[in-house]
Structure formats: structure tokens, C-alpha cells
Design a protein around this ligand. Structure first.
Ligand code: NAD
Length: 291
């Protein structure tokens, strides 16, 4: 059976490989990015077409957003007129790491406009985006989630329906708080070990065989920190944004934020102290240089 045309807006580090996997799964894809070079990156691949403008997205029954943050998502949906140009009944899937409160508002507004919506942010980074093995956390009503699933299955291997609209974005922000605090802890521990004269490769080998193991020790330390590349493909500014989202959400829930507040402050300082557009793994350089 012919698969439906999927629109995707935001063809950056994540959106581009995701669009590639939609094509590989047999979906025709209509792509759009503010940067023409990104929108054209898949030109020539069978099934791919670059959209001339947002209005062209009216041809798609499913439109994915993979944009940096809620400000840009809202700008595209409401100021630039995406919501107004979509055909009735179109499903919008916000896969960006957006703000859950603002997502809740968007879900209601889109529903009033006769459109369906789910939030479906992802985890796994550029590597798993390329492999089509992302973890996808989904928020929204059962009917919309059922429509989204066949499309999301082309992008990820673990799809979890978390709850109502915004719950995917809430759990994503909380997950990244855990991830960022784990990476920061590893950075501080490694800097101290190194200063003592311990080979950092050996230190990480020990962490990975011990109770200190986490996603940073397993997937970031050797690959992006000790290799000196600092090129995971996830910007430090985006991690700081996710931490601010998590902290704001926890404050709204009136649950403790002592550790999260401290963590956010350090990541903000690191962003200010490191070159613009640094990768999030460069937090290690910031820590090593004395914070
Ligand atoms: P990115 O900056 O590489 O890509 C964003 C893309 O959106 C860019 O190509 C940019 O030109 C485009 N864009 C910006 N404004 C636009 C507009 N108004 N209209 C059309 N296109 C526009 O970011 P990314 O790393 O791909 O991240 C995208 C989202 O996924 C973010 O919310 C991020 O937090 C989240 N995320 C990223 C990773 C990762 O490892 N990079 C992992 C999980 C989640």
C-alpha cells in the first residue's frame, strides 16, 4: 500500500537523518528548512521534494516538526502560518524538545483549528537518529497516537505513549536533566582523576565496570571527549535549553529543585565560557579549565 506523504520542517542534525529514514521506509517526504542547503540535502533521492514554502505543506497528511525550541515551533505554527495552511484533519507531530506547557496550549489550539496533534520528542542522539533506533516518548490522545505510530516506527525502536498532550515533552526534558547531570558528574570526576595522574581512559574503563556507569561513560567519554572531537551533534545551547525546561517544569510541579538549579547554573556558565555553537560534550573542557 502506498505510504502517506510526510512533511518535515527542520532538517538539521536530527531532522535530516530522520527524513532519510522516512524515505527508506517508503514514505514520500516533503522537506523544509530555514537554510536552503539543509532543505536541498536530500534532493535527488527518490521520493524527496523540497517544499518551496510552508503553504506547500498542505499536501501532507502528516507534518513533523524537528525544530530547536518552542519559540521557533510557535513562530512556524502561528506567526508564519503553518497551522492555517494545513488541510483539515492533518496530524502535526512535534518531535522537537519543546516546552510541555506551551505544547499543551498548542495541542488545544490545533484541535480547535481541526488538526490532530501529538508531541513525540526523541532520545538517542544523531547516531540513533541515523540508525532509525531512537527512543520516542509520545504525548496525546489515543486516536492521534495511533495515526502517528506507523510514521514514528520508521524513526525509532522504542515508542512509549507517556500520557496526554505535553507529557512526551515533559518526560524528555526530565530525561535530559538526568543525562546532563550525569555528564557533569563524570566531567568533574574525570578532571580530578586526571589531575591526580590517572589515565582518563583507565578512569572511564573503571567507571564503565562499576556503579558510576551512565550514558556519558558508555557513549560520550571515549567517543567525543577523550577523542578530542567534541562532535556528538547535540549543541550545548540545546542542552541548556532542555535543562531550563526541566527546571521550569519541576518548579511548576512544586517538587524539589535544589540539585537541578545548581546543575542549570553550571551549564549556563559553561555556555557563556565556551565558544558559540559548542557541542554539549565540551562541558568537559569547561570543567577541566576550572569552571
Ligand atoms: P539543529 O539546530 O541541528 O537543527 C534545527 C534545524 O531547524 C536547522 O537546520 C535550522 O536551520 C532549522 N530551523 C530553525 N528555524 C527554522 C524555521 N523557522 N523554519 C524552518 N527551519 C528552521 O538541531 P537538532 O540537533 O537537529 O535538534 C532539533 C531538536 O531535537 C531540538 O529541539 C533538540 O533539542 C532535539 N534533540 C536533539 C538531539 C541531538 O542529538 N542533536 C537529540 C535529541 C533531541
Amino acid at each position: 500500500m502506498k505510504k502517506p506523504l510526510v512533511g518535515i520542517i527542520g532538517l538539521g542534525q536530527m531532522g535530516l537523518p530522520m527524513a532519510g529514514n522516512l524515505l527508506a521506509a517508503g514514505h514520500p517526504v516533503l522537506g523544509l528548512d530555514a537554510l536552503p542547503v539543509q532543505a536541498q540535502a536530500l534532493a535527488g533521492q527518490e521520493g524527496y521534494r523540497a517544499a518551496p514554502d510552508l503553504a506547500a505543506m498542505a499536501a501532507a497528511r502528516v507534518v513533523i516538526l524537528m525544530l530547536p525550541d518552542s519559540d521557533i515551533v510557535d513562530d512556524v505554527l502561528w506567526n508564519q502560518g503553518l497551522a492555517a495552511s494545513l488541510s483539515a484533519g492533518t496530524l502535526v507531530i512535534d518531535m522537537s524538545s519543546s516546552n510541555p506547557t506551551r505544547t499543551h496550549v498548542n495541542a488545544e489550539r490545533l484541535e480547535q483549528a481541526g488538526l490532530a496533534f501529538v508531541d513525540a520528542p526523541v532520545s538517542g542522539g544523531v547516531k540513533r537518529a541515523r540508525e532509525g533506533k531512537l527512543a520516542i516518548m509520545i504525548g496525546g490522545p489515543d486516536s492521534a497516537v495511533a495515526r502517528a505510530r506507523p510514521v514514528l516506527e520508521a524513526l525509532g525502536t522504542t515508542l512509549v505513549h507517556v500520557g496526554g498532550a505535553g507529557s512526551g515533552h515533559a518526560i524528555k526534558a526530565l530525561n535530559n536533566y538526568i543525562s546532563a547531570s550525569g555528564l557533569l558528574a563524570v566531567a568533574e570526576a574525570m578532571a580530578a582523576a586526571q589531575r591526580f595522574g590517572i589515565d582518563p581512559h583507565v578512569a572511564n574503563q573503571v567507571f564503565n565496570a562499576s556503579s558510576g556507569k551512565n550514558s556519558a561513560t558508555e557513549q560520550k567519554v571515549e567517543q567525543f571527549i577523550l577523542s578530542g572531537t567534541y562532535a556528538s551533534g547535540f549543541a550545548l545551547a540545546l542542552m541548556r535549553k532542555d535543562l531550563e525546561t526541566a527546571l521550569g517544569f519541576m518548579a511548576q510541579m512544586r517538587t524539589p529543585t535544589a540539585f537541578a538549579s545548581c546543575c542549570v547554573d553550571i551549564w549556563r556558565d559553561a555556555e557563556a565560557g565556551l565558544p558559540a555553537r559548542s557541542d554539549h560534550t565540551a562541558i568537559y573542557r569547561y570543567v577541566q579549565e576550572g569552571g
